[in-house]
Design a protein around this ligand. Structure first.
Ligand SMILES: N[C@@H](CCC(=O)N[C@@H](CS)C(=O)NCC(=O)O)C(=O)O
Length: 205
């Protein structure tokens, strides 16, 4: 059985959604980031990087949402959570997931969860920077109805993590981001996503 280490509402939500959408055989274990559980020797033995998610598989541990989600999707092909593996569409989805991991996540993460918290001018500059990343998705990357067009893929659950954070912080303005708001509503309406949110003690926003 697969085992996902996650922190409620954090980016591991994307991998958790992929597991549930795939109807995978899995269990979850919470890592309390606020209490520093990600830095305990027990957790560092699982993921030396001290971050969530980590997925324990029969072959070893995988980290990084983009990799974990792709592994889940390709080992559960019947769920259809990625375009045809090794097709150009599959590579385009990987481009989007890689960009979210390297660009969107750090930008919104620093704005909302930076330590120490950003204030004043520094916060305003970071807000401009992060919301500019959402502009890119809104205007160019989100072809709709799903991130990759007609097919729901793991990229949709991943994108919803960051739009949830933005909406919760009052930053996902309906006028500026109509497509992102519509997309988040559509993701949160999926039964698998609702089960995952409930399992993490969260509700659709
Ligand atoms: N690129 C990584 C990012 C992992 C990451 O930064 N996770 C955060 C939660 S969203 C974490 O566990 N941070 C640990 C900490 O704050 O010490 C992924 O997508 O898996």
């Amino acid at each position: 059985m697969l085992k996902l280490y996650y922190s409620a509402g954090a980016c591991a939500l994307a991998s958790h959604i992929a597991l549930e959408e795939a109807a995978a055989d899995y269990e979850i274990e919470h890592v309390n980031l606020r209490q520093g559980e990600q830095r305990t020797p027990a957790y560092l033995a699982i993921n030396p990087a001290g971050s969530t998610p980590a997925l324990v598989t029969g072959h070893g541990v995988l980290t990084e949402n983009a990799v974990i989600m792709d592994h889940i999707a390709r080992t559960h092909p019947e769920a259809g959570l990625v375009p045809e593996p090794l097709s150009f569409a599959w590579s385009r989805m990987q481009s989007l997931n890689g960009w979210m991991a390297s660009s969107l996540h750090p930008a919104i993460g620093k704005l909302l969860f930076g330590r120490p918290p950003l204030e004043g001018e520094a916060r305003a500059v970071q807000a401009d920077f992060a919301l500019g990343k959402f502009d890119i998705v809104e205007q160019s990357l989100l072809t709709g109805p799903w991130a990759m067009g007609d097919q729901y893929t793991v990229a949709d659950g991943y994108l919803s993590v960051f739009t949830r954070w933005a909406r919760q912080a009052g930053l996902l303005d309906q006028t500026r981001f109509p497509r992102l708001n519509d997309h988040l509503d559509r993701v949160q309406a999926r039964p698998a996503v609702q089960r995952v949110l409930s399992a993490e003690g969260l509700a659709p926003l």
